[in-house]
Design a protein around this ligand. Structure first.
Ligand code: SF4
Ligand code: SF4
Length: 373
């Protein structure tokens, strides 16, 4: 037993509880080019995407494993011709089905087909509250007006709607109008999410990171709106880690509640996990989801609390924030097992804050659009 790797010991001691949800990245293709996209810089190509039959098997395995929710995402999941078939399959398997979409490809026929197939919920991302800026951020003309039309289709079909408002230095002045947009669209919920700096967002951080004053004003606007819109619109608010004093419980804790399947079939504990280059990620072609969830080294290496270094080890928040984000720890400290520098107890915390202040004050304008190289 002594020569077992720590991850294996963890797995042997604690059989993991079933996951809550599976995020399916059906494709990395997308008509938009958002500079904060969470997709990896090296994206899967269309020829590498899994077949309909493989995705259906994966969905059945997720349901058998105990997952309750299936989130269809991408890239843009609507570029797949088999989306309706996959939603129907997930619905029949008993999963709550959610479509996370840019919505620029959603028309009446597709909406009706998805509703008939059993789709429960739609999340539409908005890049701003008005056409010029929103289309500029999206890198696609007429995207904004198509999204507004798509939101009407979702509500017309009787489905629940969430507006995803991804906020950053370039669009934060439109936050009040984004809240109005969500109410006018008939959304039940808006997720006001400051950009989290992974993937393309990390590459474009200097052009996107807000100033401290912008963040404080956004927080004030959200607090006022929560009171004013109580019973009308639920407002979720995600603050940027760079100004936080404690980290978020990234993915609810590594390999605790969620997993992500990439277009080519890799199974990840979070969508940014491939940035941790020394981890090997099993694929659904090689192993079942049940085997991967319970035994994959990549899942077990940071699961729970036994892997934690000081100051997380023994901290009374260890089972609240689970030490924060492993990908962010690697990106900013060079060590994926380090305490997330978003935590004020991390020795790297001051560096992270200084970085945010310096980059936001410099006010870089240029960003790189997301694109498949
Ligand atoms: S963030 Fe933008 S570019 Fe990335 S998948 Fe979503 S809509 Fe497409
Ligand atoms: S030391 Fe670790 S567990 Fe404690 S608050 Fe900071 S990140 Fe969370």
């Amino acid at each position: 037993m002594n020569d077992l790797a720590p991850a294996t010991v963890n797995a042997a001691r604690h059989a993991p509880a079933p996951p809550l949800a599976m995020l399916m990245e059906l494709t990395h293709r997308c008509p938009l080019k958002c500079p904060y996209c969470s997709n990896p810089l090296a994206m899967d190509r269309a020829r590498d995407e899994m077949s309909t039959e493989t995705w259906k098997r994966v969905i059945s395995e997720a349901a058998a494993l105990g997952a309750l929710q299936g989130h269809f995402s991408g890239g843009e999941p609507m570029v797949r011709d088999d989306l309706v078939e996959l939603v129907r399959h997930a619905h029949r398997e008993g999963l709550y089905t959610n479509l996370i979409t840019s919505a620029v490809l959603l028309d009446k026929r597709r909406m009706d087909e998805l509703a008939e197939a059993g789709l429960d919920h739609v999340q539409i991302s908005f890049q701003g509250s008005e056409t010029a800026l929103a289309d500029h951020i999206a890198g696609l003309r007429h995207a904004h007006v198509k999204k507004l039309a798509a939101a009407r289709l979702v509500r017309g079909a009787g489905l629940a709607l969430t507006v995803n408002a991804v906020m950053h230095r370039r669009n934060l002045h439109q936050l009040p109008a984004m809240l109005d947009l969500a109410v006018e669209a008939g959304a039940q919920r808006i997720e006001v999410a400051h950009v989290q700096y992974y993937g393309w967002a990390l590459k474009n951080r200097a052009a996107l990171i807000p100033t401290r004053a912008q963040l404080d004003e956004a927080t004030r606007i959200v607090e006022v709106a929560r009171q004013k819109l109580e019973g009308v619109l639920n407002i979720d608010y995600v603050v940027p880690d760079y100004y936080a004093s404690r980290p978020k419980a990234c993915m609810g804790g590594w390999a605790r509640r969620f997993f992500n399947v990439t277009p080519s079939g890799k199974v990840l504990p979070c969508h940014a996990a491939e940035t941790i280059g020394h981890l090997h990620f099993d694929t659904v072609q090689e192993k079942s989801l049940a085997e991967i969830w319970a035994h994959s080294e990549a899942f077990n290496v940071y699961r729970g609390t036994e892997w934690m270094p000081e100051p997380c080890k023994g901290c009374d928040r260890a089972e609240i924030d689970w030490g924060g984000c492993r990908c962010q720890a690697l990106a900013l400290t060079g060590d994926a097992a380090a305490t997330d520098p978003a935590c004020g107890l991390s020795p790297h915390h001051a560096m992270m804050k200084e970085l945010a202040v310096a980059e936001s004050a410099a006010g870089a304008e240029d960003f790189a659009y997301r694109m498949i190289s």
